[in-house]
Design a binder for this molecule. Structure first.
Ligand SMILES: Cc1cc2nc3c(=O)[nH]c(=O)nc-3n(C[C@H](O)[C@H](O)[C@H](O)COP(=O)(O)OP(=O)(O)OC[C@H]3O[C@@H](n4cnc5c(N)ncnc54)[C@H](O)[C@@H]3O)c2cc1C
Length: 414
């Protein structure tokens, strides 16, 4: 067994909260650090893949998240000009009864945060992390933007998300490559008709128009079911979009996809749509001395493949697995890097390669996309191949967090 470590986890997103639960249950001394006065979720919905659900199940939170989320069994997309189906992936092709889970970010955050609170894991709030000071005999101190110090710690885990100040202080501000395209996102009541409650649906016009709708279940128990609606938009066009007002935009969306009318009725103010910019980076190694990177701090990409939160949870599980498997910290961190290496690299590469097929001004890429999909779907084994891609399972054998976590980890009495 690894000796009891004094661990700081920076960031209360899905990666940080899950890591805190795993490591506290492995009997380490853990403190979470968050910039906000009160940790909170930001954003609309996301699709949680089977691997991420599996990690939550091991934390004993599977039922809680399943009770709030909405099972998503199919991803379906049509091109609006040809009216041709260019995406149709059924999770049933996985053959094991697993499916995606549409969740509101508030639900995922709420379930993890409640468990963190129940286990009395301390959280240092109002602490905007700026960088690490690694002078104290190799044991890092955490420095805030106002110059406060915390630590030293045996291990710091960077779960600060895609614009991690720790990662940028080490590797420079150019680490994160902003992508030209992002999207507007809204959370709306689930419409009474027009949409299948178990399908994530998209409409595309070439690759320069994309609308998506998927069910995200409840924000918290007792709330109504919700939908996430997103509209692809270039970051440079956001101010023009705001200035134009929403009437013309709603008319355009409805002309491309008439069934969105009841959803659009719920949008009366442009502020209901939040612009999310996307970026891409992958750390060559998610460890550096007594520092481990997990989640978006280690790798971020456009959400086209819906893997970010999934990967964040897998990272947390893999790091905890590695720390539990050897007695030496350096060896454990090297093991963590190995466990996640190929799965992360593959999905980061797929994210980078596939995104322009859905978000770009190219005419050739969407033309190719539409034909490739028809060929892949018609191929023997094409359905299961696409389903396992979407479920995050390609090279998942190299993500043995899924395999090695054979027993749920129990809460410890504090
Ligand atoms: C629009 C959009 C849609 C997405 N859809 C999907 C999807 O369908 N499926 C999916 O799996 N993933 C999706 N993702 C990706 C997913 O949201 C992220 O991969 C996931 O949230 C990463 O979790 P994280 O804990 O690493 O980082 P984050 O969720 O970003 O959490 C970081 C935490 O660190 C805190 N923090 C940041 N900076 C500091 C600082 N300097 N000091 C102190 N605290 C700080 C933040 O307040 C936050 O609490 C989507 C992302 C976006 C933007």
């Amino acid at each position: 067994m690894m000796q009891r470590l004094n661990i700081a986890i920076c960031g209360c997103g899905p990666a940080g909260l899950a890591a805190a639960l795993f490591l506290r249950r492995s009997n380490h001394r853990v403190v979470l650090i968050e910039r906000f006065a009160e940790p909170k979720p930001i954003g609309s919905g996301l699709l949680l893949q089977p691997g991420g659900q599996h990690v939550l199940e091991h934390l004993g939170l599977g039922q809680d998240i399943a009770a709030l989320g909405q099972p998503v069994t199919r991803l379906f997309g049509k091109e609006t000009v040809s009216n041709r189906a260019v995406l149709d992936v059924q999770y049933a092709a996985l053959g094991d009864g697993r499916h995606g889970l549409g969740v509101h970010r508030a639900a995922l955050f709420g379930v993890l945060y409640a468990a963190v609170m129940a286990e009395r894991i301390p959280i240092e709030t109002n602490y905007p992390v700026a960088a690490l000071d690694r002078a104290a005999g190799g044991r890092p101190l955490i420095i805030s933007r106002t110059g406060r110090h915390l630590g030293p710690f045996d291990l710091v885990i960077d779960a600060l998300g895609s614009r991690s100040t720790i990662a940028e202080s080490l590797y420079g501000p150019k680490l994160h490559h902003p992508l030209a395209w992002g999207a507007l996102w809204a959370s709306l009541p689930w419409p009474a008709s027009g949409f299948d409650p178990h399908t994530l649906e998209q409409r595309y016009t070439r690759a320069n128009r994309m609308i998506g709708v998927f069910p995200t279940g409840q924000r918290s128990a007792g709330c109504g079911k919700q939908a996430a609606l997103f509209w692809s938009l270039k970051a440079q066009d956001y101010t023009t979009w705001q200035a134009a007002g929403i009437v013309a935009w709603k008319a355009e969306v409805q002309s491309l996809w008439p069934e969105t009318a009841p959803l659009l009725q719920g949008i009366t103010d442009p502020d209901q749509l939040v612009f999310a910019s996307y970026g891409h980076h992958t750390l060559a190694l998610p460890v550096a001395g007594r520092l481990a990177f997990i989640g978006d701090a280690a790798h971020s990409t456009s959400p086209q493949l819906g893997q970010g939160a999934n990967m964040a949870l897998l990272d947390a599980a893999a790091l905890a697995t590695a720390l539990a498997s050897v007695t030496d910290l350096d060896q454990a961190l090297a093991a963590y890097a190995r466990l996640r290496r190929w799965h992360v690299r593959l999905y980061q590469a797929l994210g980078a390669v596939l995104t322009p097929f859905y978000q770009s001004d190219s005419a050739v890429l969407p033309w190719t996309r539409d034909r490739m999909f028809a060929i892949l779907s018609a191929m023997p084994g094409g359905g299961p191949l696409l389903a396992s891609l979407v479920a995050g399972r390609w090279l998942a054998g190299a993500a043995p967090a899924i395999r090695t976590l054979t027993a749920p980890v129990q809460p410890v009495q504090s």
